[in-house]
Design a protein around this ligand. Structure first.
Ligand code: FAD
Length: 236
């Protein structure tokens, strides 16, 4: 039984979950108002052309932030990464850290957070805080790109469908521990490739544990899941 947001309850024999992931939002004054106007969560690469010769700030120290820094540095005059921690090594692959270190127009500011964003109708200036000294500085910024992590939209499935430590839905062979089927598994076969710990509930796309995260893989998994749903219904 599924409950919809308007309270309507719907019965189903199979369910495909493709609820994706939500980007972790920063609670910074001015940021929401300028979102889409120089402030972007996981900015599309196409935005790089708009900031040719600009002064771009990137929040985050993981691989996605590093890849964005490398890409935007080909267009921007200066890219500055704002990293909360003491080093990039804890969160970023070594090859990417090396590339960043070797790129002249990328600067990495460690122990740094953005605490304010300002601009009339576009991002013009941000305020950065040094987390160790608590000193602040306001600097001109053409754009602020945020790569602060993402969370799968699965809170509503807690305790119903097996999730990994980050909340992604586990499916198929990833449910089989030492060849054993998941706890509570009620049918006499192993889970299908995209089937979760509940027989008949399938998962596809970004929300799936160990999925490739991207449009093409999401579409491919969706098509595969539909086939598996038919296979499942054929067994009932
Ligand atoms: C700015 C940006 C740029 C990107 N650029 C690229 C790119 O160039 N190439 C690429 O391959 N990928 C890119 N991606 C990633 C790509 O968008 C995702 O990988 C893809 O959209 C994942 O598809 P999905 O169907 O798994 O999830 P989503 O596209 O996130 O869809 C999930 C849907 O489920 C809905 N939903 C969530 N919870 C519920 C619920 N409880 N009930 C009902 N509905 C619900 C959501 O509203 C949403 O419509 C980009 C993402 C962003 C944000």
């Amino acid at each position: 039984m599924l409950t919809l947001s308007d309270g309507v309850e719907v019965g189903c024999r199979a369910l495909l979950i493709a609820t994706g992931i939500a980007f972790r939002k920063l609670d910074v004054p001015g940021l929401d108002r300028l979102s889409g106007a120089g402030v972007y969560y996981y900015a599309p690469m196409s935005e790089a052309f708009s900031y040719r010769d600009g002064n771009i700030y990137i929040v985050g120290g993981a691989n996605s932030a590093g890849q964005a820094a490398m890409y935007f540095s080909r267009f921007a005059r200066q890219v500055t990464m704002l990293v909360r921690g003491n080093s990039l090594s804890d969160t970023m692959s070594q090859y990417l850290e090396n590339q960043i270190a070797a790129t002249k127009n990328i600067e990495v500011k460690l122990n740094s957070s953005v605490i304010a964003v300002e601009g009339t109708d576009h991002c013009e200036r941000i305020t950065i805080q040094n987390n160790k000294t608590c000193s602040t500085e306001a600097v001109p910024a053409s754009a602020l790109l945020i790569y602060a992590g993402a969370v799968p939209r699965t809170d509503w499935l807690a305790g119903i469908v097996e999730r990994d430590a980050q909340g992604y839905l586990i499916s198929g062979q990833h449910l089989m521990l030492e060849g054993k089927r998941p706890t509570g598994w009620s049918v006499d076969r192993d889970p299908f490739y995209l089937e979760t710990s509940v027989p008949g509930i399938f998962v596809a796309g970004d929300v799936r544990h160990r999925s490739a995260k991207g449009v093409t893989s999401g579409v491919g998994e969706g098509a595969m899941a539909v086939k598996l749903v038919h296979q499942y219904l054929g067994l009932l």
